[in-house]
Design a protein around this ligand. Structure first.
Ligand code: AMP
Length: 478
């Protein structure tokens, strides 16, 4: 009997797995450029972490948690989000007992929510995010928004809209919740069952109702902005002012409340419509939280963070053409082809040599026709094939074929390592921008480093005299 994956989960493999790794590596790298350190909380936590942290009124806690009793009768939950577990981690490990705050951390990994599976909505999906805890300066909100913005920009996502709102401080929200209860009291019988239970637990969540029949009632509800304290309004205006100064575009959306109960003050979401016009909704979101650290027994301090849904970001990148449909599983440099039985061991030795030089190589394990082996090499996206037959073994040489240009050379064993290094370095620096580099327009990066040896303008460039050429690397040589 065939056993399939669990409903709402998805297998990630081949080129897609490579796309996930690259996107996650890029996000981690940018977080580290912003001096955020990695944390890896466990996937399972005591259910209490999320019930108290995320809030009993949230849909996540009410309906979506994977909660079970373990063999010791403890109620455990697969994390439905990271923030609550990370605050638990910070408090338990006393990471907030330091003079230098905020403590800035990033995370990446799977989360689990028992939602109705649909396009872009899974029961196990991956999130990347950050938390900056222990400093309530508006500059910390700014830094977190800028970090998220830098990641989306570096990924090449051009059609991002940052939606931002002010949920106010606790007092403002309490007053507003009361006003909402008053307004919805008589309307409840006409509203969906979800909104009826949200009414008691957290009436703010009614504003996020997705049931079309409730929309008109929600639209005429009292507005949060009319209940905000002066201090909270001032704080929000400061952050908006910073974004304006730095040229970060945003939209103020006073209906944005976010799905998790712990948010206060600034909240934001990153919405995306692809170049083809497909609306992906939120690819990420976050905000400030005031009470979470105290809830876990830590000091009375606030934090701010965001999380991206990696699945959504990968879909958007595919839709915008940043991830090709035939993305290779990895960047294979060399495919080693043994011709004949006796060549197999030598082929493995050659492949090992290449790997020790730091380049990837794979070996054909089967005795199949040479044309089949070349097809396999191309299918794996190899840049070069190394061919070893009886003749080559007898004469201590190999054949290296460039699979893009189809050029083929014979290389003696003693020259092999140097040749591999030369070929790879030529390949990596062959950015194809030789011509336009002279206009100073090339931003491929390879002109900036290794100017002495690797600049593709060196040697046979006809503008060597530097008269018409403003390519920087000639300056160095002059
Ligand atoms: P949240 O923790 O609810 O703020 O979600 C952060 C981001 O995770 C969202 O903006 C989505 O991009 C993504 N996300 C949330 N729920 C799902 C889901 N069920 N499947 C895939 N991605 C999700």
């Amino acid at each position: 009997m065939e056993i399939n994956n669990v409903k709402g989960t998805h297998d990630i493999f081949a080129g897609e797995a490579s796309a996930y790794s690259q996107v996650e590596a890029m996000m981690k790298n940018i977080a580290e450029l912003f001096a955020f350190m990695e944390v890896r909380p466990p996937v399972i936590e005591h259910s209490e972490v999320f019930v108290r942290g995320v809030g009993e009124g949230s849909d996540v806690v009410r309906k979506e948690m994977y909660t079970f009793l373990d063999k010791g009768n403890r109620s455990l939950t697969l994390r439905p989000e990271f923030t609550a577990g990370i605050i638990r981690l910070m408090v338990q490990n006393k990471l907030l007992v330091t003079n230098e705050l905020p403590l800035k951390v990033y995370y990446c990994g799977p989360v689990f929510r028992y939602e109705r599976p649909q396009l872009g909505r899974y029961r196990q999906f991956n999130q990347f995010g950050v938390e900056a805890v222990g400093n309530d300066s508006p500059f910390v909100d700014l830094e977190v928004i800028l970090l998220a913005y830098t990641i989306l920009d570096t990924l090449g996502l051009e059609n991002v809209t940052i939606k931002i709102n002010n949920l106010g401080d606790e007092e403002s929200r309490l007053a507003y919740k009361e006003a909402l209860r008053e307004y919805f009291k008589g309307l409840l019988p006409k509203m969906c069952p979800d909104c009826q239970s949200r009414y008691e637990l957290n009436p703010l969540r009614i504003l996020d109702c997705k049931v079309p029949a409730d929309h008109a009632l929600v639209k005429s509800a009292p507005k949060l902005k009319d209940y905000l304290s002066e201090e909270s309004k001032k704080r929000f205006a400061t952050i908006i002012g910073y974004l304006d100064t730095l040229g970060v575009h945003y939209e103020i959306d006073d209906t944005l409340v976010r799905g998790l109960d712990y948010y206060s003050e600034t909240v934001f979401e990153f919405h995306y419509v692809s170049a083809k016009g497909n609306d992906y909704g939120a690819v990420g979101g976050g905000g400030r939280y005031d009470k979470l650290v105290k809830e876990f027994g830590g000091p009375d301090m606030s934090g701010v963070g965001f999380s991206f849904g990696i699945e959504r970001i990968i879909s958007v990148l595919k839709d915008d053409g940043h991830i090709p449909a035939d993305m290779p599983a990895f960047n294979l440099s060399f495919y080693v082809i043994p011709v004949g039985d006796k060549a197999h061991l030598t082929a493995h030795a050659v492949a090992t040599n290449i790997r020790l030089l730091g380049y990837s190589s794979d070996v054909c394990f089967d005795d199949v026709k040479l044309t089949t082996m070349f097809k396999r090499a191309e299918k794996k996206g190899a840049k070069f094939a190394v061919i070893i037959g009886e003749d080559e073994m007898n004469n201590n040489k190999v054949i290296i074929k460039n699979l893009e240009t189809k050029e083929q050379i014979e290389v003696a064993q003693e020259d092999f390592e140097n040749k591999i290094i030369d070929l790879m370095s030529e390949h990596d620096h062959n950015c194809g921008c030789h011509e336009h580099a002279h206009d100073g327009d090339c931003d491929c990066g390879c002109h900036d480093h290794d100017k002495e040896t690797k600049c593709c303008c060196s040697g046979d460039c006809d503008c060597e005299d530097g008269e018409e050429c403003d390519c920087e690397c000639h300056e160095e040589k002059k």
